[in-house]
Write a protein that binds this ligand. Structure first.
Ligand code: 5GP
Ligand code: ZN
Length: 140
């Protein structure tokens, strides 16, 4: 299924050009236009699913398999020293294109154009981690 107003569906259909890195029947990988770091790649299913949480498992596994191979290539060929794998879900988490995609972001040093900081919550010491873990388990 394609979504008419989806920019990634248009890229998949070839209506918008992209620099393709990989393609098979189910998955497309192409360079992110922002090139946060050189080689920043997006891996997407060819079918439209809104995000990571709504994508069927078998499709997600195919996308992650390609993301892993691209990460390996970025280290081997581009000389990246590391990579970040990221999938934003919903606008609160920074998702701006609502077609499931995985960012594969090569890292050459700690500076670069990409930062991801997980600050310690000042309230962390007041939280009951066993209680929180039990809450999440209820939803599984
Ligand atoms: P999100 O913010 O949803 O996690 O990521 C969406 C990504 O899509 C952004 O990093 C943005 O640069 C990229 N993007 C948006 N429009 C286009 C486009 O037309 N072509 C390409 N190649 N990337 C795009
Ligand atoms: Zn789409």
């Amino acid at each position: 299924m394609r979504k008419d107003d989806c920019i990634f569906c248009k890229i998949i259909e070839g209506k918008i050009p992209s620099a393709k890195v990989y393609e098979d029947d189910d998955v497309l990988a192409f360079l992110d236009i922002s090139q946060t770091t050189e080689g920043h790649t997006l891996v997407v299913p060819k079918e439209h699913y809104d995000n990571f949480l709504t994508t069927p498992k078998e499709i997600m596994h195919k996308v992650m398999d390609v993301a892993q191979r691209i990460g390996q290539a970025e280290i081997m060929v581009l000389g990246a020293k590391g990579i970040n794998i990221l999938s934003n879900v919903n606008k609160e988490a920074g998702q701006s294109v609502f077609h499931f995609h995985v960012h594969v972001i090569p890292r050459y040093d700690r500076k670069g154009g990409f930062t991801l900081e997980m600050k310690e919550n000042p309230k962390a010491k007041d939280l009951s981690l066993p209680a929180l873990a039990s809450e999440i388990k209820k939803g599984l």
